[in-house]
Design a protein around this ligand. Sequence first.
Ligand code: ASP
Length: 328
Amino acid sequence: MPLITRRALAAPALATLAAGGSARAQGAFPSRPITMIIPFAPGGPTDIVGRLLAESMSREIGQPVVVENTTGAGGTLGAQRVATARPDGHTVLLHHIGMGVIPTMYRRLAYDPVGGFEPLGLVTEVPMTLVGRKDLPAANLADLVALMRSSGDRFNLADAGIGSSSALCGALLANAIGAKPTVIPFRGTGPAMQEILGGRVDLLCDQTTQTTEYIRGGAVKVFATPSRARIATLPEIPTTAEAGLPGFEVTVWHGLYAPRGTPAPVLARLTASLQAALRDPRVVQRFTEIGTAPVPQEDATPEAHRRFWMADIAKWKPIIEATNGYAD
Ligand code: ASP
């Protein structure tokens, strides 16, 4: 009798355990904190966007989304870390326009810059601004162009390494005006901005997500925005075309990625969390303050993200090839 009783109890207990086990294996995502890799330094524009997103996603997804800055090599080291991570959704990448230029710029990489990722959704598009140290002897873009042409390599241009938007913007500017500045690479434009503020570097092309407050506070000199239209929150800044440099446009887009091979339900859960973060009034408000806005919800999807990403690779390929803008 005792033996039978024990068996009778054991069977349902085992069934419950098995059901719980399989539910955990398949459905209970996330089962631990999620790491969001930012491929540039803390304090910079990508970091600012990533931390706002991570904070909101943490509240929604029920596990901390922890930001880690894996910096260096123009954002490729952070991307590599995610492309080679376990594809279980617990490691994601918040990257930018670099995902559109790196597949062409870098002819040798230790990861697949396209096939290594599952796009989860677009995040935002951010205008750039050309900002200089406060005491740079140039009052407007025409003065700046003249100064850059006449100073040769005595003129310093900061960027975040080949593959970054600041490097792309700086190279296009130098090419367009026929200047040969000395380029000083940093692990992100957060540290680059500190050198502009300290007056040790002359010029930086950077997103409004970092530059807005410095421009408003008069800590830097602003020359133009390489955008098609003026920035709603900084309407006094001319576009490069208005200031005499047509055909020179760079806008930074951000997207969220998981490693290739991440299960479909996990991808869907991450996309849902991204969409919720982009609807979060706190995120919307802060984005607005720093000169940007979340993408519409229909663009925060894997399909829209992949379309945009592929089009961006196709857009930059001929430009990089024509200017020989390779990293190697
Ligand atoms: N704005 C940087 C770039 O030049 C990167 C960063 O966010 O620090 O690509």
